[in-house]
Design a protein around this ligand. Structure first.
Ligand SMILES: Nc1ncnc2c1ncn2[C@@H]1O[C@H](COP(=O)(O)OP(=O)(O)O)[C@@H](O)[C@H]1O
Ligand SMILES: [Mg+2]
Length: 292
């Protein structure tokens, strides 16, 4: 297996004609990083109780790229997103966003986590409106934008519903619309679908990937699920166990407009997921030639 999976010439031609590839900068972007982790490291605690969460992370994320980050529990995946959001200062190195080190809350990003933090006493439209209310946008502007977002995520007809009247998928769509409300250029997604059943999960993965590509968003998507990481990523960053560091950055050899429901039979998908499974297998098991 190659260290960094590359496109064949044929694949590259096919994808270039489709608009963009993961190895070239997607749509309308220059070839410089929108987000750069430069020797980033983060420790928690002090003295003998210090936990080294991540160390020596070097990673460039291009504008418009869908980047997945996969690794074992506790290897610092959420820590990386928190650093981009500016809510966690680095211990070593830095995170650079649009050429400037992140020192404060980064208002160019939107954050979506496993728990959606929607407010049950507010209806769908009022939940989506919240970030715009905080920004003190005029009521008419908010109403128009909320309408637009409700259509965008496919919640037409539910603006007046309470969350208890929504299915799990609709709740996720509502949370997504709220994150998109102030039009962040980058979405940070921390295992947003890990609690969903398999069928709903693939529906939401498809909707989110399609929407982000259509809107030209840059996405950092964290997951501990290897299949999800390869299915969604233009590139997939594989982290080691804690202290998390980059084991490999894989260029995913699939078209940008991939059909997630057909990936199981795609040889590149199968090969790439197997490669990552082997990479992340505990050493004792891998040596015996088995994957846990
Ligand atoms: N605020 C914190 N205080 C102390 N330790 C923390 C804190 N946040 C994370 N950690 C520790 O840092 C490591 C990485 O955490 P995290 O980024 O949440 O991992 P992951 O998202 O990959 O599961 C874990 O061992 C975790 O216990
Ligand atoms: Mg986490």
């Amino acid at each position: 297996m190659q260290k960094n999976m590359q496109f064949s010439r044929e694949d590259r031609g096919q994808m270039d004609s489709a608009g963009a590839t993961a190895t070239t900068a997607p749509r309308g972007s220059k070839n410089e990083a929108l987000i750069r982790f430069s020797d980033f490291g983060k420790n928690f605690g002090k003295g003998a109780k210090t936990v080294v969460a991540t160390r020596a992370i070097n990673l460039d994320v291009l504008s418009g790229q869908f980047v997945t980050i996969v690794g074992p529990s506790g290897c610092g995946k959420s820590t990386l997103l928190n650093a981009v959001a500016g809510i966690l200062p680095p211990t070593q190195g830095q995170v650079i966003y649009r050429g400037a080190p992140v020192h404060d809350v980064n208002r160019r990003v939107g954050y979506m986590t496993q728990s959606d933090h929607l407010l049950p006493w507010r209806k769908v439209a009022a939940n989506i409106a919240l970030p715009l209310e905080i920004q003190r946008k005029p009521k008419a502007v908010i109403a128009e934008r909320v309408n637009e977002l409700i259509k965008l995520v496919g919640l037409d007809g539910f603006s007046d519903s309470y969350l208890s009247q929504l299915s799990g998928g609709m709740r996720k769509r509502c949370a997504l619309a709220r994150v998109l409300a102030y039009d962040p250029e980058t979405l940070l997604m921390d295992e947003p679908f890990s609690a969903l059943d398999a069928q709903l999960r693939i529906t939401m993965q498809t909707e989110v990937r399609d929407l982000c590509l259509r809107l030209g968003k840059t996405v950092l998507f964290v997951t501990h699920d290897i299949d999800e990481a390869i299915a969604l990523g233009d590139i997939c960053v594989v982290l080691s166990e804690r202290p998390g560091t980059v084991r490999e950055i894989i260029t995913v050899n699939l078209p940008r407009d991939r059909d997630l429901r057909r990936l199981r039979s795609d040889p590149h998908y199968v090969e790439t997921t197997e490669h990552v499974w082997a990479l992340l297998a505990p050493p004792s098991v891998a040596q015996k030639g088995r994957v846990a």
